[in-house]
Design a protein around this ligand. Structure first.
Ligand code: KG4
Ligand code: ZN
Length: 365
């Protein structure tokens, strides 16, 4: 039996350069010794989205700084580590390559084993890091780049029940904010404006609810907001503060209603095969939205499932989740060699076909 494992995790698949140290004694709750995240928001601010070349260069410059900071904050040295875990995909390929090369360099220099991690597995295993939940549980990933329902059955065993066929919900929040002249990232701005708005003034669509599956679509909703905005501008020459608030409230309610109804279906499928102590967890930046979170929480209560939403810093991209997912793989005996490849696409559920649409931040699955 291994007394404890201490793992360094690296994450660089999108626009956050992150390094973290996670330790776990077998049979005990894992502990995050440090978690460092360097965002790149200012670098991409002038371009209206993440520029892959700029992101990759920034990761290459910042990764070793993040590693040094994570070791210092955790008060450990490379000699205290058992392995180096790194996001090997899916994501923007230049960024993923930067992380994989950094991890290979560390591994070659120190002799530490290397463990490649699927970024989505990092998100999906977070409830085990934060709340030590047992498999299987239902996971809803909702962020700027992800949107899918997964049954997590094991550290490398996931069943995908459905997901977006076009935009991720965070992407729709960001585009809606842009249409209304609000600040980026759009989610918090739309939520703040929606507080004084009437969600019923505009009749916005709830896409794909007529279909019985767990797939979602958000691009038509965004277009409906665009049309509603243009109609007001054509009639009145511009938007008032109240128009903006009403559009935000209507959009947010449409996303909340759609996610709630599709989650109801996913819960039904999951509980059908796991009726004892069901657990439903969310991750991703959109899970920070009060209206959406409350709707999902109420739904879980009604369905008799425990609802888990990790703290925001562990919902959004971070390296603690990569270190932890690497720890689970390492404990199970997984080791990667210097031939570990960086993958732009890497579906978690190998048996379910990849859907079209990947979110603004690159191909996610
Ligand atoms: O998980 P995340 O930090 O990054 C990835 O996309 O991987 O999620 C960021 C997304 C952005 O699109 C942002 O607008 C959205 O999460 N978001 C929100 C809120 N806070 C962040 N969406 C709705 N309501 C919020 N309060
Ligand atoms: Zn992510």
């Amino acid at each position: 039996m291994t007394p404890h494992l201490t793992i360094l995790g690296l994450e660089s698949s999108c626009d956050d350069t992150a390094a973290a140290i996670v330790r776990q004694a077998e049979g005990h709750t894992p502990e995050i010794l440090s978690s460092i995240v360097y965002g790149q928001t200012e670098l991409h601010a002038d371009f209206g989205g993440v520029v892959p070349e700029i992101a990759a260069r920034a990761h290459a410059e910042k990764l070793d700084v993040a590693v040094a900071d994570a070791l210092a904050a955790a008060q450990v040295t490379l000699a205290d580590l058992d392995a180096v875990a790194v996001t090997a995909g899916p994501g923007l390929i230049g960024g993923v390559l930067s992380g994989v090369m950094c991890a290979k360099g560390l591994s070659a220099a120190t002799g530490l084993p290397l463990v490649g991690v699927n970024h989505l597995a990092g998100h999906a295993l977070t409830p085990r890091l934060t709340d030590a939940v047992a498999f299987p549980y239902l996971m809803l990933l909702v962020s700027g780049g992800h949107c899918q329902y997964l049954i997590a059955r094991g550290a490398e065993e996931f069943t995908r029940l459905g997901g977006t066929i076009d935009d991720a919900p965070g992407e729709a929040f960001d585009k809606t904010a842009r249409l209304l002249g609000l600040a980026q990232p759009g989610g918090p701005a739309v939520e703040a404006n929606a507080k004084t708005g009437d969600p019923k003034r505009f009749r916005l669509p709830r896409p794909l609810l007529d279909r019985p599956d767990c797939n979602l679509s958000f691009s038509g909703l965004k277009t409906a907001v665009l049309r509603a905005r243009d109609q007001i501008v054509a009639e009145k020459g511009g938007l008032t503060r109240q128009d903006r608030a009403d559009l935000c409230a209507g959009f947010q309610q449409a996303v909340a209603d759609t996610l709630t109804e599709k989650t109801r279906r996913a819960i039904r499928l999951y509980i059908g095969e796991n009726p004892v102590e069901p657990v439903v967890a969310v991750a991703g930046g959109v899970a920070a939205n009060g209206t959406i979170r409350a709707a999902l929480e109420a739904l879980c209560q009604e369905a008799g499932a425990r609802f888990l939403a990790p703290p925001l810093a562990l919902c959004t991209d971070n390296a603690a989740m990569i270190a932890y997912a690497g720890l689970e793989r390492f404990r199970a005996g997984a080791r990667d060699g210097t031939d570990l490849v960086a993958r732009p696409r890497w579906p978690l559920d190998k048996s379910s076909p990849a859907l079209l649409g990947s979110g603004k931040k690159g191909a996610k699955a």
